[in-house]
Ligand binder design. Structure first.
Ligand code: AMP
Length: 354
């Protein structure tokens, strides 16, 4: 696909969660139609989209028919079967390379290191003996993370002493994993940028991220000290990662701010929770920017439209405060329509501009 896609075209989105929903809302604003592909019966993105295919992500026949019904196809999360998505050919943006790298933490770490970015010292783990050896090699504490399918702190366990190794291995389900040295960071932040098929890139103002129990609680921009001092190196590293993946669309690189410089933690080959503030806080939202990139439209201005923006996630029962939040002057409330507010489930977010 070389020429720009005009409004009226159909954008396919593999995955029907809240990121797909916010992409579809941004697409509708620009006059595009969306078609969601998701195995669930009523995913929250399908409720705001023109078309919906309910099928397994491994169903190549359904994916192929879906691809034929769309002008371009993108994805909103990375735990997808790469082989099945190959049937979408070059309609898929970003391509499968970004998925392959981001969905396996060991592959991802080798890849990030090869682009020149700093990462925490790490080891691959295939059993208790590896954990004990990693503890000696990396120094305590270490954080075990499953290579695949971890998110929001799931599939992770800290190990402080060798006696904890067996319990930690059980806790992560005895799966192939990585162990990382614990990073004593000053702050966390993410670089969110968009890249077009012709290699143009635009980066959003960096946001400061605050996590609790592995789940993002709050993002705010501008990031302030000490993150601002690391911004230019982090942006250079994130751009190199996007280029090496030949990524088309939005990509996010999460970093730890450390005394020695930015330490890359992970890549999300997509729009990101830490960029939700851009809906109201930036001249172009991350969702619109992703659509612009995959539709070969010019990238939009990413500047803050206010002096500061902050976004708080509504996790689990937090969403029960919706009436109070909607009544708060200036609070921009987003509810994802996800039904049951299970603990740890992202149900919505609220953005405040300063
Ligand atoms: P992740 O799933 O890799 O994004 O990790 C979730 C969160 O756990 C991060 O945002 C950090 O707050 C924390 N974390 C992850 N890796 C490390 C590490 N090596 N050292 C210290 N904290 C970490």
């Amino acid at each position: 696909m070389k020429s720009a896609l005009a409004p009226g075209s159909t954008i396919g989105i593999v995955g029907g969660g809240q990121l797909g929903r916010m992409l579809a809302i941004a697409a509708a604003r620009l006059g595009f139609r969306c078609h969601i592909f998701d195995p669930h019966r009523r995913p929250c993105a399908a409720e705001v989209s023109a078309q919906f295919t309910s099928a397994a992500f491994t169903d190549e026949a359904a994916l192929s028919a879906f691809g034929q019904a769309c002008d371009v196809v993108t994805y909103e999360f990375e735990n997808l079967p790469v082989a099945a998505l190959e049937v979408l050919g070059d309609k898929l943006r970003p391509g499968t390379r970004s998925l392959e790298v981001a969905q396996d933490r060991a592959v991802e770490k080798r890849f990030i290191e090869a682009t020149g970015a700093r990462i925490a010292p790490w080891r691959t783990i295939d059993g208790v003996a590896d954990i004990v050896a990693a503890l000696t090699a990396l120094g305590a504490p270490i954080l075990l993370k499953t290579r695949r399918l971890g998110y929001d702190g799931k599939g992770q366990a800290w190990v402080h002493v060798a006696d904890d190794a067996a319990a930690a291995w059980e806790a992560i389900g005895r799966q192939p994993s990585v162990a990382e040295a614990g990073v004593a960071f000053d702050a966390e932040f993410s670089v969110i940028l968009a890249r077009t098929a012709t290699g143009d890139t635009r980066t959003f103002p960096i946001s400061r991220n605050e996590h609790d129990g592995g789940i993002l609680r709050r993002s705010s921009a501008p990031a302030g000290a000490p993150i601002d001092g690391l911004a230019s190196e982090a942006i250079t590293r994130a751009e190199a990662i996007a280029r090496a993946l030949d990524h088309v669309g939005v990509i996010t690189v999460e970093f730890f701010a450390c005394g020695e410089g930015p330490v890359a933690n992970e890549i999300a080959p997509r729009v990101h929770n830490s960029g939700h503030w851009t809906i109201e806080g930036a001249a172009t939202s991350q969702f619109e920017q992703h659509l612009r990139a995959i539709c070969s439209l010019p990238l939009g201005d990413t500047a803050l439209v206010t002096s500061m923006a902050s976004m708080d996630n509504l996790i689990g029962a937090d969403v029960e405060r919706w009436a109070e939040l909607i009544a708060e002057p200036g609070a921009r409330v987003h509810l994802y329509g996800k039904g049951e507010a299970r603990p740890g489930r992202k149900m919505g977010h609220v953005t405040r501009l300063g």
